[in-house]
Write a protein that binds this ligand. Structure first.
Ligand SMILES: NC(=O)c1ccc[n+]([C@@H]2O[C@H](COP(=O)([O-])OP(=O)(O)OC[C@H]3O[C@@H](n4cnc5c(N)ncnc54)[C@H](O)[C@@H]3O)[C@@H](O)[C@H]2O)c1
Length: 251
């Protein structure tokens, strides 16, 4: 129970990776504000966590809106008694060929993934500083933030931006006792990625050739959010089955 007594907020926690992160934080003892743009999904996940004995509250929060970010931080403090950990997970993995991509598609994805992370983390940092107790912020980027990929012009750019944003926030927030790190997941099995195995395009480059589970991303977040992580800030850890370290696999 590494996070006993801590209060965490997770964005986009109504499904997929965010749901796994919320579960891992709850299993480690944290009280969790389960936020999502989809209020019903947030309520379902909060109920799941509460049914397994955790303290969890749902809250509707669209990460594109600074006023809602502020309201979510206030809700964590008022309903759960604090704000020690914030995980900026909400995002979309939408893809489209570069030559066909309208500017609006590019702007919308960057607004959701990158600006949404900025909005969440800025509100979180301001609330943590006002409380004067430090904290932990964890961003969720992607292996696609480290290298290019077909159809991923907007997605890769948004995720590379999150990795850079994580570094700069770490520098500016360190004097306030806030450590900022990130997780860059590889292919993760979610409600949306339902096939048995990830495509050969992924597995041919993976030392561990399978989907990761959302809870495996969550367990990395737990370490970054815990007091055991005390001299690491600004880093983004790959939870990707070795996808981003693989060169020649055979021969
Ligand atoms: N699934 C993967 O293989 C994978 C790999 C690498 C990175 N990621 C990252 O993990 C994060 C979650 O992805 P996922 O696969 O779980 O996606 P998902 O679509 O399964 O879940 C995303 C959740 O975010 C919510 N959401 C969407 N727009 C929102 C908004 N404006 N404000 C708040 N919530 C919003 C959705 O309602 C949904 O509950 C994303 O940042 C994604 O880039 C996922």
């Amino acid at each position: 129970m590494q996070l006993q007594g801590k209060v965490a907020m997770v964005t986009g926690a109504g499904a997929g990776v965010g749901r796994g992160i919320a579960r891992a934080l709850a299993e480690a003892g944290a009280a969790v504000l389960v936020t999502d743009i989809d209020a019903d999904a947030a309520a379902r996940v909060a109920a799941e966590l509460a049914a397994s004995g955790a303290r969890a509250e749902p809250f509707r929060f669209d990460v594109r809106l600074p006023a809602e970010a502020e309201a979510a931080c206030t809700a964590a403090i008022e309903r759960l008694g604090g704000l020690d950990i914030v995980v900026a997970n909400a995002g979309s993995t939408a893809r489209m060929p570069f030559l066909e991509m309208p500017l609006a598609f590019f702007e919308d994805l960057v607004r959701l993934n990158l600006a949404g992370t900025f909005v969440t983390c800025q509100a979180a940092a301001r609330a943590m500083i006002a409380r004067g107790k430090g904290g932990r912020i964890v961003t969720i980027s992607s292996n696609s933030g480290r290298f290019g990929g077909r159809g991923r012009a907007a997605y890769s750019a948004s995720k590379a931006g999150i990795i850079a944003l994580t570094q700069t926030m770490a520098i500016e927030l360190a004097p306030h006792g806030i450590l900022v790190n990130g997780v860059a997941p590889g292919p993760i099995r979610t409600e949306k990625t339902t096939s048995e195995r990830p495509s050969e395009a992924f597995t041919a480059r993976m030392a561990l050739p399978r989907y990761g589970e959302p809870i495996e991303v969550g367990r990395a977040v737990v370490w970054l959010a815990s007091d055991a992580c005390s001299f690491t800030t600004g880093h983004t850890i790959g939870v990707d089955g070795g996808l981003t370290v693989t060169g020649i696999m055979e021969g």
